[in-house]
Structures are given as C-alpha cells and as structure tokens.
Design a protein around this ligand. Structure first.
Ligand code: ADP
Ligand code: MG
Length: 695
C-alpha cells in the first residue's frame, strides 16, 4: 500500500471538516461569520451555529457518519467522548438525521464521574461541552468528532483546552503590545507554536497479553535485566524492521487523513522504541493532534499484532519515553519572534523576548516542574536518560557569548567586531543557525524555538504549554508596562534587557545536566530540585503561582487547587493499582511458579540421593527457598503498608512515595533474582529478552 504523491495530497485532511470544506459546504455569510468569530474571539450566534451544524452533518453523512460526539479533554489528561446518533423520530415510524446549532455549541455529557477536584457540587454534576471553533471537526469510524471545551454550569473550567485557549489569548495580547513599541502596526495576533515529538514502544501483543502488569499498568513491574539491552546502541536510527515499517506507514496514512502533519519517524535508543514528530502548528491544534496521534498509535498497532506502549518507563533499566515540546511564538504575519533577526531592530526584539523567557522560566521553574510531575514520569526524570528534575535553560555557546557581552558591557566578537549595543538601530547580527545540541538540558534553545524536554510520553501537552504561555504573558506585560512609560524607548530597552539578563543568569546552564556536579552547582545557585511528584505537587499552589494564573484569568484559586488535588490523587491511585497488580502477580504467578520448580528440584534430590550427589539441585533449591521466604515477607509488608496508608491527600502522597514505592522496589528485586534462577519453562510470563527482542 505504497502512497503515491498525488494520492497523498488528496488523502491529507480527507477526514477533516477543514477550512476548504467549510468554504464549500457553508453559505458565504456563515463562512465569513465563522472566520470573523475566530479572528475576534467572539461567539457565534445561533442562526450561524445552525447553519454550520447542518453543513457539518451533511459533510459527515456523505462520508458515512451516523453519530457525532463532543470530544473533550478532561483533567485526566486523556480525551473523552460520548457518541450520539443523528437520528430523530419522524412520522410513519421513520427517522430523520438531525443535528442543530444548539447541539453543536452546547452538548451535555453525563460526565459526573470525571475528576473535578471538588469543583462541582453533585446537584450540578453535569458539565457542558461547547464547540471550539478554532479546531476543526473530523471523522473517525463513522463518527463526527467535534473538538469541544468542557465547563461546569457555573462556569468553572473542567478541562485542559479552555485554559490553553485562554493562555494563548493572554500571551498574544501582551506580545502585540511589545510589537507595537517596535513600530509593528500590522500584527494583530501572536500565536504560540508547538511541535511535540512523541516517543513510544511497540511490543508483540502475545507477550502483552501474558503480562498483567503491562495490561493494567502500562509498564512492567518485574523483569530481570536481559543479557542484552541498549548498550550497543544498535537500535537508534537503525534500519526499521519490516513489521514496524508497515505499522509506521499505516500510522502515517491514518494521521494524514485526520490532518495531522506527521513528518519524521525513526527508531529510538531502546530496543522496540520509536519516535514520531509532526510539523509544528498553533498550540491548540498541536494539543488536539497529539491526543489524536496517541490514540491512533494505539489503534493501528493492534492491526499489526502489536501493542503501542506510551508509558514513560515500560521497562526498568531501558530508556523511557518522553515527549519534546518545541515551543515558539509567531506573528500572524509569519514572523517567528524567537528567530535571531537579520536587522538590528529584529535582533533587539529577539533579545527582549529571550529576556522575558529567561526571567519567566527562572521565576516559575517550580511550576514548570509541576506540569510534568506524575507517577510515570518519576521513573525517568533525573535517571541519566532524561533531563534532571532541575529546570534550567541551555542557550548554546554563541548565544551565551552574546548574553555575556550584554551583561558585562563588553565587546561581542561578531565578525564585524562591533560593540554590542542594544537598541532598535544598533545591534550586531546574532548567529542565525544555532545548531548546538545538548540533549541533557530540560529546556534548550534550538535556533528559533525552545525545546522543553521534561514531558512524559503519555502526558497531555496542554499543561506545560498553558504554563509557558502564561509565564511569557506575565513577563511581556511587565516589560510592556515599563517600556511604554519610558521617555526614551531605546535607552529603556537596553537597560531592561541588561538588567533582566544579569538578574536571571542562574537559570542558564550549558553543561552536562546528567552529572552530579550540576546538581550541586544548581543547589548553590538556589534552583529548585523537586526530585519527585511528591516533592513537586505541593508547590503547585504556591502563592506566587496562584497570583500568576488568577491575574491572567487562566485559573481561579479554586480551579488551581482542584487541579492540584486531582494530580495528587492520581499519583496515589496509580501507585495503588501498581502495588495491587504486583501483589496479584506475586501471589498467583511468581510464588506458585517458584514453588513448583523448587518442588521438582526437591523430588529430584530425593531420587538422586540414591545414586549419591545432588549438589546442583540442592544448592539451587536452598537459594530458591531462602529468597522465596524473603519475598513472602516483602509481600506481607507491602500488604500491611497498603492497608495502613493515611487518608489525607498530602500525607498519602508522601507515604506512597516514601513507603509504598520502597516496598515495591524491595519485592521486585527479590522477584527479579528468582527469575534468573528458575527454569525458563516454569516462569509464568515473558521476560525482558522475550519482549524486547521479539522480531
Ligand atoms: P530535532 O533535532 O529536535 O528533531 P526538528 O527541527 O526536527 O528538531 O524539530 C522538532 C520539532 O520542532 C518538529 O515538530 C518541528 O516541527 C518543531 N518546530 C520546528 N520549528 C518550530 C518552531 N518555530 N516552533 C515550534 N516548533 C517548531
Ligand atoms: Mg527534539
């Protein structure tokens, strides 16, 4: 099923009710009203909504749709959907296919069991969903998907899309103020741009089916180190195996149909690990598309007898999966505000946006850390395979030289050897293509964007992008206030950039983030090192963070507290499920298997004692029964400790992190030791070697 070029251009977006389709299916009046509503951010009136609903329905039904769904992104980080068919009763026992504007702009899912962090009283437990007109509807498996926001009746935000859209508006508003100061009268909107690179594992479904831990937890809770892991690095960018190539080809086609700009695919460091990167788009679309991508990745895998694992750490001792969130700001006239310019004025503008970013990340490093804090990601951050838990910014040598010369007022040795003065009229060129790569940095400047590398692979990208946009809005607002009031713009600009870069130097770090020396240095600099979810989540609602989000109208204090509560509960729930799965596998799979094998050794010892030596059987049996007894004690301890877990959320969080995780780790070590001693035939499920080297 090779894709031909012409076929591809037709395939792309064929399942999307995109702008071209809207122009074709809508009256010119409605089409224009939709465009205006997006441009100005105002809501559609009901007659227009009716018209759009009718057109959407017609488009969908012509392509075989029978149902529609309001597709939304509750605070779980996943997506949710409830399917309704288009049918309404008609005279004569017949049906009509109907879909009204009301159903488009306001649906009511019976969504009372989504986590709300205590925001909804039960009498108003139902939330409502409303179409996000900036995101296109699409068709999947006979259903029209309508991307929607999700709120409670009293207007509290219950999803991840609403705050993302708000943060995009805020950063745009403040960035435009700055652009006006540079004499830009054309830009009306600045749009956060995001390109998320997605890592994933593929395993054979037969192995997956035999492992309860993979099925229930998405990761292995047991598994001795295989004789071969990723040491040879023979997988990274290696030739893609035929079975995986077929998967990737179908994945691309399915994503293209849905308008996802899937661009790059390659193998990753670990065996069976791969990556897909799309071409970047506005943050809202990127977020929707990343959710679609994760879903399509899982579904397509099943057709190839594979299972796609999006967990951050499916296998201990093998690299985990992350998601790189490439982020920048661009004007609606097509200018990237993080691209060093060709003219002095563009460069001064670039440095101002850079200074805002550096200041913002320094001031809200703890909150950025919180946006990636959850159980799965704790296994990789700081584990020498992903960035440490300390947030810092990598600028690269050349840009650092520019920054240093600004701070010290010294000459910047650019090719022209001009003194570096900041101002719209004077600025030496800044190197354009910064090709430096430092894979150990959590937040790297990569030439014209920042790459935030702390995200876990299963995570919604909404949270980190809400934070980046809001932080940037705050700093740009402070800058705009200061510069608008200044009598001499050039002078004020120069002083501001120099002051900010000087005050926030500590957040810039170009060295190796995996080294312990950096952690000591970071502590000396006073940077936050929130090593685990349990450390990080309490600072989510630090007063300065609440002040930031309430000021910009992104979250109310209650909404922020609700989110914190949900994240904390999620952490404890994930660990409870993992601990219970572990106990089940230990008691019903591992211990019985070891006992069987030990029993067979013992009966051999008995029969062999007649002929003399049974040294092999005896020594293995003795070691097995000793380890088994230790394992039984570990099981009993884990059971006891689970039963003793405190009920209050904050205490529970710390208890799970310090007590339950340690118990699980102790039990695992013993079980993994047993795995290396037990006859292969007796071991109850596939081992790491079986799973990782399946082809
Ligand atoms: P890498 O070396 O990390 O693979 P790429 O150039 O391939 O870097 O880009 C990775 C991701 O960054 C892609 O999704 C790409 O579309 C996205 N990207 C490129 N430029 C920008 C930008 N200006 N803003 C946001 N994302 C971008
Ligand atoms: Mg990258």
């Amino acid at each position: 099923m090779e894709t031909k070029t012409t076929e591809l251009t037709e395939l792309f977006g064929s399942m999307v009710f995109n702008e071209a389709m809207m122009r074709q299916y809508l009256s010119s009046n409605s089409y224009k009203a939709w465009k205006d509503s997006i441009r100005t951010g105002t809501s559609l009136d009901l007659s227009i909504a009716n018209d759009i609903a009718e057109a959407m329905k017609r488009w969908a039904i012509e392509r075989g749709a029978t149902h529609y769904t309001h597709w939304f992104q509750p605070m779980t980080g996943y997506t949710a959907e409830k399917h309704d068919s288009f049918i309404t009763p008609a005279p004569g026992g017949k049906v009509l296919l109907e879909f009204s504007g009301k159903e488009l702009v306001r649906g009511e899912p019976d969504a009372s069991s989504f986590p709300s962090g205590g925001l909804r009283a039960t009498f108003e437990a139902r939330g409502y969903t409303a179409w996000d007109p900036t995101s296109f509807a699409f068709l999947r498996d006979g259903t029209l998907y309508i991307p929607t926001v999700f709120c409670s009746y009293s207007g509290q935000v219950l999803d991840k899309k609403t705050p993302l859209l708000r943060s995009m508006d805020e950063v745009s508003r403040q960035a435009v103020r700055i652009l006006r100061l540079f004499g830009d009268t054309e830009t009306t909107r600045v749009v956060a741009q995001v390109g998320p690179e997605q890592e994933y594992f593929l395993v054979d479904e037969k192995d997956f089916a035999k492992r309860m831990d993979l099925r229930l937890c998405g990761r292995t809770l047991f598994g001795a180190k295989p004789p071969k892991g990723q040491e040879l690095e023979d997988h990274y960018f290696g030739a893609i195996r035929p079975r995986v190539a077929a998967y990737m080809e179908e994945l691309d086609r399915e994503l293209w149909k849905l308008g996802v700009l899937s661009k790059t695919k390659h193998n990753e460091v670990a065996p069976c690990q791969h990556e897909m990167a799309p071409i970047y788009s506005d943050a809202n679309t990127a977020c929707d598309h990343n959710q679609i991508t994760m879903d399509v990745m899982r579904k397509v895998a099943r057709k190839h007898g594979l299972v796609c694992l999006l967990h951050e750490k499916p296998f201990a001792g093998i690299n985990g999966s992350g998601k790189h969130d490439n982020w920048s700001l661009a004007t609606d006239t097509g200018d990237n505000l993080f691209k060093p310019g060709r003219t002095p004025s563009q460069n001064a503008r670039f440095l101002l946006f850079l200074a805002a970013f550096i200041k913002g990340v320094d001031e809200y490093q703890d909150f950025l850390r919180c946006t990636v804090a959850y159980a799965g990601n704790d296994h990789r951050l700081g584990a020498q395979e992903a960035p440490p838990a300390v947030v810092s910014i990598f600028l690269g040598d050349e840009l650092t030289a520019v920054v240093d010369s600004i701070i010290h007022g010294t000459e910047y040795s650019d090719p022209g050897k001009k003194t570096l003065r900041i101002g719209v009229d004077v600025m030496p060129p800044i190197p354009q293509d910064n090709t430096d790569r430092n894979r150990t940095s959590p937040l790297a400047f990569t030439g014209n964007k920042f790459e935030f590398r702390m995200l876990g692979s299963s995570q919604s990208i909404a949270g980190p992008n809400i934070a980046l946009n809001t932080i940037m809005a705050e700093e740009l607002e402070q800058f705009a206030d200061e510069l608008e009031a200044a009598p001499d713009f050039n002078e004020a600009l120069s002083a501001l950039i120099r002051r900010v870069l000087t005050e926030h130097q500590r957040i810039v770090f170009n060295g190796n983030g995996y080294e312990d020396a950096w952690l000591r240095e970071a502590a000396r600099r006073g940077l936050a090192n929130l090593t685990s979810t349990a450390d990080a989540l309490p600072v989510y609602t630090a007063e300065k963070n609440v002040a930031l989000f309430t000021k910009h109208g992104i979250f109310s204090r209650e909404e922020l507290a609700a989110r914190q509560e949900i994240h904390m509960e999620n952490y404890c729930t994930v660990l409870t499920i993992e601990a219970n799965t572990m106990l089940d596998m230990l008691k019903r799979d591992i211990l019985p298997a070891v006992s069987d094998y030990t029993g067979s050794l013992c009966s051999r010892i008995k029969s062999r004692s007649a002929i003399g030596s049974s040294r092999y059987e005896s020594s293995v049996a003795a070691k097995l029964s000793e380890t088994t007894d230790q394992l039984l004690a570990a099981v009993e301890k884990l059971e006891r400790d689970l039963a003793d877990a405190p009920q209050v959320t904050e205490a529970r969080l710390i208890y799970f992190q310090s007590v339950i995780l340690a118990d699980m780790s102790a039990a695992r070590t013993l079980a993994d030791t047993l795995e290396t001693m037990v006859d292969r035939k007796y071991w109850p499920f596939p081992t790491y070697s079986d799973i990782l080297f399946y082809m």
